[in-house]
Ligand binder design. Structure first.
Ligand code: GN1
Ligand code: MG
Length: 348
């Protein structure tokens, strides 16, 4: 099957090796190497991304904009097939696209030191900063309501009601925790109702594995562009808090390993604000710290909801996987809440 796809992109399948690549949960990703060249091939999960053509449309607009305004910016856009499209359909109806592999780059899965956090935050900040004059409303919502915390909360409530009794019982402690942190939804709803913060071009998946680094650990660019759409900067900064602050990631089941590294918080602030500091308005800056609460809570709810829904979104590699992930995120959220007053000082 992949041979058919490679050929569609003009690559002779006999000359290339295709291997699974990366740690993404939604799309299937492969590295294609041979003939002295390397590419990233991805099967788009069309259960999640129901309109892949919308992604194409967004990326085309951004690529054109960067070409005109910042031609040296490294924007990793999909390559054309022999027919000139950037999506390729297999006979089974699966959708693929091919990206260039950025030579000399690598990704990391967990932040090792402050420099990596600074560099990653700077890259995500730079992306939104360079697009400050691009009208975000021109972009399509590739996942409508993706980071709508109110909706995620409603989905959690519905899942509690519909889950089978065994899963409800297994998750009772986490369901209780979800209720304990409900006030985060109220703060979010107030922010949205006040319309105090503007929509910008936001990446929406700022985990560390979505940044390419060079051998000196300098950030090169951001990747995984499917969720680039209009949004609030809170999403990007908050997801960095969620995925950079702890030395262990969301898969860790030993909760002792899940704690906050304040020096990484500082590095995120400095890195992101080195690009966005003069662009963010006071109402946005005021909620810098809240962004972490919002995104950690949202991910905890999403994992918990998925467990209650029989793992239909994220899938599960072992029994109780999404419950364990939710537990991990609630631990992170508690630690974050404890550190919050110090963080307020740091942001100031
Ligand atoms: C998913 O597929 P991946 O790993 O890039 C998810 C993110 C979550 C993340 C949790 C489209 O991202 O929102 O934060 O898993 N993406 C989608 O690891 O749901
Ligand atoms: Mg992603």
């Amino acid at each position: 099957m992949l041979n058919y796809i490679l050929a569609g992109f003009g690559l002779n399948p006999t000359q290339y090796i295709v291997e699974p690549f990366g740690s993404g949960l939604i799309n299937h990703t492969y590295k294609v190497s041979g003939n002295g060249k390397q590419y990233i091939l991805q099967q788009v999960n069309t259960q999640v991304f129901k309109a892949p053509a919308d992604i194409v449309c967004n990326l085309k607009q951004l690529q054109d904009y960067f070409n005109q305004t910042h031609p040296s910016y490294l924007f990793v856009a999909p390559l054309p097939t022999l027919k000139g499209d950037t999506l390729m359909q297999s006979p089974l109806g699966n959708i693929y696209r091919l990206f260039p592999f950025v030579e000399g780059s690598h990704t990391v899965d967990v932040i090792g030191d402050e420099k990596q956090a600074f560099e990653a935050a700077k890259q995500f900040g730079k992306f939104t900063a360079l697009l400050k004059d691009f009208d975000a409303s021109r972009l399509k919502y590739t996942l409508p309501d993706f980071h709508n915390l109110n909706l995620r909360y409603q989905q959690f409530i519905a899942a509690c009601e519909n889950a089978d009794s065994l899963r409800q019982k297994q998750a009772s402690a986490e369901i209780e925790q979800a209720h304990e942190f409900e006030h985060i939804v109220q703060v979010y709803n107030q922010l949205i109702a006040d319309q105090a913060i503007p929509l910008r071009v936001i990446h929406h998946d700022t985990k560390i594995s979505n940044v390419l680094f060079d051998d000196e650990q300098n950030g090169l660019c951001v990747i995984d562009p499917d969720t680039i759409m209009p949004g609030y900067y809170l999403s990007d900064v908050g997801d960095m808090m969620r995925t950079y602050l702890s030395p262990a990631n969301e898969e860790e089941t030993d909760l002792e390993q899940v704690y906050i590294r304040p020096e990484i918080f500082s590095a995120i602030c400095h890195g992101y604000l080195s690009e966005m500091g003069s662009i963010l308005i006071p109402a946005e800056l005021k909620n810098f710290n809240f962004s972490g609460q919002m995104m950690i809570y949202m991910q905890a709810l999403r994992f918990l909801t998925d467990f209650l829904n029989n793992d239909s979104y994220y899938g599960a590699k072992y029994e109780g996987h999404n419950l364990k992930r939710a537990r991990n995120q609630f631990k992170l959220l508690s630690e974050y809440a404890k550190a919050s007053s110090n963080f307020e000082q740091l942001v100031k």
